[in-house]
Design a protein around this ligand. Structure first.
Ligand SMILES: *Cc1c(COP(=O)(O)O)cnc(C)c1O
Length: 407
């Protein structure tokens, strides 16, 4: 079966006592047992019952199982935000004295987590140009814990050749971890391009229109964790990798950033329309971005789906006709950007990606507003750039709003 079908028809692990067709919200902290012996089995992981909702919860587990079925991952683990998912993966794999090889083109909090938070614990950040495979290979050594990237960076809109990079990672024995938030697994099979671990902010497409925060870690079980100095010693649970065992048994429950059952239920519903919404929003994005190029005052439009974009060929080979519902464009100055944003009447002034409504933001003064100008330059976040997250509106209505705002 295709992912779209699996998403709709995966069954509950146990029958619901009322025959509910939608997964109920199991809003409970604890679960009761009949005997002390049954408690012991459940608490020591020898039987599958839930014991405490920070560790597992029926609604959250069902969400994980649907994602697993739809994505083809060996395991899917849910968190209460995309950042929690990223933090769990990096804390599970990195150690003091080790390093993380990544690009300076990162989501602001991810950059800060690697450049500052983890650095304070002795993990060295190594920022490189990941599109330069040779330079990247030269930065990977025996202390490299992971190579981390985003599949389409924003606002730079850079796409790295995953097959080439993953080959280097394989040779060096380092796992390739990718944040695939901007292209969902219904449209892009990251494992086919050598990604070992996928991270998704399910706050974005999956939540179904900004209903809730959430994060996912998808373990493709393609990396030999015997090659990881940190995870080599982990005794894996039956049917799980050393990596997902380390997260489920230790990091996830110790950090406590578990998904709530309300968020899980909202996101189960979001999953059911994911492929439809993605296709529609991406088509609109391509057309809108193309029409924006003709407007006076627009200096350039940045979308990897365009021929002539420096990453077009790589984008086409990885994402086909659907490289995400996000584009950026440049105006002459920061003042011109602010003026345009202030004049928008339909498009909303807000952060977030892949709401059902189209959103506009000036990244340099907001998401990246607390970094120094020097760091912003390292990250190539320009004061002239506006980022658009395209929603489900009619394309002409969106274009008309830009037209009147620029007039
Ligand atoms: C939003 C986002 C995140 C962080 O996700 P949250 O759910 O907000 O914590 C990480 N990576 C990318 C690419 C994002 O767009």
């Amino acid at each position: 079966m295709k992912a779209e079908t699996k998403i709709l028809h995966a069954h509950y692990p146990l029958e619901d006592p009322y025959g509910a067709l939608n997964m109920p919200v199991y809003h409970t902290v604890a679960y009761e047992f009949q005997t002390a012996a049954q408690m012991e089995l459940a608490f020591t992981g020898k039987s599958p019952e839930h014991v405490y909702s920070r560790i597992t919860n029926p609604t959250v587990q069902y969400f994980e199982q649907r994602v697993k079925a739809a994505s083809g991952a060996a395991d899917a683990i849910a968190f209460n935000s995309g950042m929690a998912a990223i933090a769990n993966v990096l804390i599970a794999t990195a150690r003091a004295g080790g390093n993380i090889v990544t690009s300076p083109h990162l989501f602001g909090n991810t950059f800060s987590l690697i450049a500052y938070t983890l650095k304070d614990f002795g993990v060295e950040p190594r920022f490189v140009d990941l599109t330069n495979i040779e330079e990247t290979a030269g930065q990977i050594d025996e202390n490299t814990c992971v190579v981390f990237l985003e599949v389409i960076t924003n606002p730079q809109m850079e796409v790295v050749d995953l097959k080439a990079l993953s080959q280097v990672c394989r040779e060096k024995g380092v796992p390739l971890v990718a944040d695939t938030t901007v292209v969902p697994f219904t449209a892009f099979r990251a494992a086919d391009f050598g990604v070992d671990v996928e991270i998704v902010s399910s706050t974005k497409y999956i939540s179904g229109g900004a209903t809730s925060l959430g994060g996912l870690v998808l373990d493709h079980d393609s990396f030999d964790w015997q090659r990881s100095p940190k995870l080599r010693a982990v005794v894996a649970s039956p049917g799980a990798s050393a990596f997902s065992t380390k997260i489920r048994r230790e990091i996830h429950r110790n950090l406590g950033a578990c998904m709530t059952p309300y968020a899980a239920q909202a996101q189960i519903n979001g999953l059911e329309t994911l492929a439809l919404r993605y296709e529609r929003a991406t088509r609109t994005c391509r057309e809108l971005a193309a029409r924006m190029r003709e407007l006076p005052g627009v200096v350039s439009v940045n979308y990897p789906g365009f021929e002539g974009h420096p990453c077009h060929a790589t984008s086409l080979s990885q994402f086909g006709e659907f490289p995400g519902a996000m584009f950026t464009f440049d105006l002459a100055s920061r003042e011109a950007c602010f003026q345009l944003i202030d004049r928008l009447q339909l498009i909303r002034r807000a952060t977030n990606l892949f709401d059902n409504k189209t959103l506009a933001i000036h990244p340099a003064s907001t998401i990246f507003g607390t970094f120094t100008e020097e760091t912003r330059q390292q990250m190539e976040v320009s004061q002239q750039t506006i980022r658009i997250s395209v929603g489900l509106e009619d394309v002409t209505d969106l274009f008309d709003d830009f037209k009147q705002a620029l007039a």
